[in-house]
Design a protein around this ligand. Structure first.
Ligand SMILES: Nc1ncnc2c1ncn2[C@@H]1O[C@H](COP(=O)(O)OP(=O)(O)O)[C@@H](O)[C@H]1O
Ligand SMILES: [Mg+2]
Length: 312
């Protein structure tokens, strides 16, 4: 939940997955401003306060000069700012998808009052029910899942190359969406929660390390690895008491991969098994230049976001 409260962090996490986000750069000091603006394709740009809400901390800077002076002012007041590509094709409107579980249960388009690019209702915008297309729906659900949210309000701009996630709210209000869509969103949440009773929350890491010597690790497959070109079945992993839980290939995550799946260079395998076996899996073959063995990653290191993977 803290993830989505912090705009920067949510965008950082989403940028590592195949989710469209507006190209965004975090600026620390004045000297960063011009290169940052260049990196996102030049002015006009959106300048955002990290902690802003209801559109208050969102400014459209028409020129580099204006952006520079706004940022300088904000930084002198010790405010952290983001610079974001102005998704001009979506100016004055955005989408709110209300995600419950793995579904969008309702969506609205918010349209700004005239002369305003911010579509926040608090800035005079109005909302109407909208039917999302498949890509928008998929993007909203994925964004919520990646951030670990079972109920979320996912705000997207309608970019020319598809939806661009701006913000993911972990405690979205119901009034606006229920008013616009005439749907019983609260009822959807209650039904979903009731359905979850069969799947009580468990601490996976704790459960999986309960038996001594077992654990979860992520194994990266290097190009020269013996495992390349073999199926999971033929890899010998199961014989060593190692189960592959997920296979990550690029930005795609394959859960419970079938034994017939062939391993490719740069695949990452999330494995459960005996730690010493998994250690030997990495160190036995050709010394140190082997698949890297890392502890289960539950968090991503923070670093500058490099915008929209779809644009790369
Ligand atoms: N990169 C952008 N391009 C175009 N419009 C934007 C962009 N970022 C924000 N907006 C507009 O400004 C509004 C407020 O921005 P948002 O990031 O949601 O701030 P807040 O958290 O204050 O609502 C959005 O609803 C959208 O209409
Ligand atoms: Mg908003």
């Amino acid at each position: 939940i803290a993830n989505s409260r912090d705009k920067l962090r949510a965008l950082q996490i989403l940028s590592r997955h195949d989710i469209g986000i507006p190209h965004t750069v975090f600026v620390r000091q004045k000297d960063d401003v011009i290169p940052a603006i260049e990196r996102i394709g030049g002015a006009p740009v959106i300048v955002k306060l990290l902690e802003g809400t209801q559109g208050v901390g969102v400014i459209l800077a028409e020129t580099v000069k204006v952006a520079e002076s706004i940022i300088e002012t904000l930084q002198s007041a010790n405010q952290n700012v983001l610079i974001q590509r102005f998704v001009s094709e979506s100016a004055g409107k955005d989408l709110r998808a209300f995600v419950v579980g793995d579904r969008v249960v309702g969506a609205m388009r918010r349209v700004a009052k005239s002369g305003e690019f911010r579509s926040n209702v608090h800035r005079g915008g109005s909302a109407e029910a909208v039917d999302l297309d498949d890509e928008q729906r998929r993007t909203a659900v994925s964004a919520a899942q990646i951030l670990g949210l079972r109920v979320a309000g996912v705000d997207m701009l309608e970019g020319k190359d598809g939806p661009q996630v701006m913000e993911v709210n972990s405690s979205p209000g119901l009034e606006g969406i229920e008013g616009a869509t005439q749907l019983d969103i609260a009822g959807e949440i209650v039904d979903y929660m009731a359905g979850q009773v069969d799947f009580p929350e468990i601490d996976i890491r704790q459960r999986m390390t309960e038996s001594a010597g077992y654990g979860v690790v992520e194994v990266g497959i290097l190009e020269e690895s013996d495992l390349v070109g073999r199926t999971i079945e033929a890899s010998g992993l199961r014989d060593r008491d190692i189960v592959v839980i997920t296979l990550t290939r690029g930005t795609t995550v394959i859960s419970n991969p079938k034994g017939t799946r062939t391993l490719e260079p740069l695949d990452r395998l999330l494995c459960y098994g005996k730690l010493d076996q998994m250690r030997s899996l990495v160190s036995n073959r050709r010394g140190r230049r082997q698949p890297s063995l890392q502890p289960l990653i539950t968090d991503v290191p923070s670093q500058a976001i490099d915008g929209n993977q779809k644009e790369a």
